[in-house]
Write a protein that binds this ligand. Structure first.
Ligand code: BG6
Ligand code: MG
Length: 209
């Protein structure tokens, strides 16, 4: 995953939703925001609206505004915004010959990875344009694994979102939850972040023929 794993754009998603919600007089807190982690833009708006009905054009306008605010925030992103330990971890994996795939629900993932300077590291790049059914459906991770000719059991998904862990487990992947136990308790391994992480921390059994 990207947002909340490789870089802390989760806070920019939150600030953008918050600005839009404040303009609309809709209640929205940082705690509410955890439910939106990993969730598509459209689905996030539905969660935020909590069943309130709105004309479709107004919803479109809210989505466009949120995205404008977000795109403004990400112009500030630089390689210094890689979360601690990420650069070393990706480097170690590449040196060990491990393929790297990105599976982000975001349509802005390519722009963010370009700004972070990591786009070239990925052997497969799945974003908000790659599949129709978004997390918690397993489609995106399966799409990314397929691009690398791998079976899900040969892959580990790193995710900060409950929707992302659910997607990966449904798809048959090994999972590392990045964040707190109460949100990510279903993952095979849980860590607060990748700082100090080594690939040997996540031993997966060799795939059987
Ligand atoms: C995910 C984020 O990576 O992408 C979500 O965790 C976000 O918060 C989703 O809603 C879609 O992003 P975008 O950039 O297409 O609005
Ligand atoms: Mg995420």
């Amino acid at each position: 995953d990207l947002d909340g794993v490789i870089t802390d754009t989760a806070q920019y998603h939150y600030l953008s939703w918050k600005q839009m919600a404040d303009e609309e007089g809709l209640p929205f807190t940082w705690e509410d925001n955890h439910q939106l982690r990993g969730v598509s833009r459209q689905r996030s708006l539905e969660i935020l609206l909590k069943g309130r009905s709105m004309p479709d054009e107004h919803k479109e306008d809210m989505l466009a505004r949120k995205n404008r605010y977000y795109q403004e925030y990400i112009t500030q992103v630089t390689p210094a915004d890689l979360l601690p330990g990420v650069a070393d971890f990706l480097d170690e994996a590449r040196q060990a010959g491990i393929l790297l795939g990105l599976g982000s629900a975001s349509k802005n993932a390519r722009a963010v990875c370009e700004r972070l300077g990591v786009i070239e590291l990925f052997d497969a790049f799945g974003d908000g344009y790659s599949v129709v059914n978004t997390k918690p459906a397993p489609d995106l991770f399966i799409w990314v694994a397929g691009r690398m000719d791998l079976n899900p059991r040969q892959c580990i998904v790193f995710e900060d979102a409950e929707a992302g862990i659910d997607a990966a487990l449904t798809g048959g992947f090994w999972t590392v939850g990045i964040g707190p136990e109460d949100r990510l308790g279903k993952a095979h391994w849980i860590r607060p972040g990748l700082d100090g992480a080594r690939i040997d921390d996540f031993p997966i059994p060799a795939a059987t023929a």
